[in-house]
Design a protein around this ligand. Sequence first.
Ligand code: FES
Length: 339
Amino acid sequence: MSFTIALNFEDGVTRFVDCGPDDTVVNAAYRQGINIPMDCREGACATCKCRVESGKYSLGDYIDDALSKEEAGAGYALACQMRPESDCVVLVPTQSTACNTKPESFVAQIEDVKRLSDSTFSLVLRGDDLRRLDYLPGQYANLQVPGEAEQHRAYSFSSMDAARTKVSFLIRNVPGGLMSGFLRERAKVGESIRLTGPIGSFYIRAIQRPVLMLAGGTGLAPFLAMLEKIAANGGSKYPIHLIYGVNTDRDVVETDRLDALAQRIDKFSYAICVVDANSEHPKKGYVTHHIEPTHLNEGEVDIYLCGPPPMVDAVAQHLRDVDIKSASFHFEKFAPSLS
Ligand code: FES
């Protein structure tokens, strides 16, 4: 039996290693080519101190100088002593390159390209190479634009199938955009695409309170991946509400998937809001216009936001205006590449 340990580095790179219950995280990582900083290997120097963001584990043997009670209580552990008792997410306080690692690269083939709306493509990639891939739901990969050797674009995973050979993405149709142009004009089923990842600190944490998800446009993609994971894990004890904002009615996509997720996750609900005043949707305006006091639960809420920079700024301002400091606020800002 072994557990999956996600090592998340300061630069957003995540590598996954297998670690048995009798093994330490440092040893398991080292065998798999990742050198977490360490010195004594005896729980004395604190060089390997990491923060465990989720999962169960034993702390092992160490001296108080290396790890205080307060630090242990706050989720810190010494990776040279820590033994997992479940899958874990471990934050390693250094760059991936300092640990002799980097994001992995995969090659997969286009299975499907669909124009979901004027503004959004769905891209599905399939390939056996993807069996090596894992990601924390919410993270992204860099996709190489075929025919443009050095050009990459970052897209959040929106799903991975159970067989782990297929991943999907939502891609914004940017006029003049390299990836948009490729998908619109040249993409062929079976064509290979190289992707590198997973990357990013925007991923779902253990759910310990109500969750508010705010998506702008194709910023919906990481939430689809998060909700798939929540559904696969049996749902949530706490309410999860998604507000999905778009510019026009034509931009609304993936409502079938959202409806299916609402069926599978009892506590999940979602609302769509549309900026266009002529929209047929009842909720008009920006997502900040539709954040209700119940969604903020007097601050006892985890907020996840994925959208363009003005949206992130507007939500941060809204929280200041209503004088709410949320328990946590995770965001991913994206700006379309215009070439
Ligand atoms: Fe010294 Fe882990 S390497 S405490």
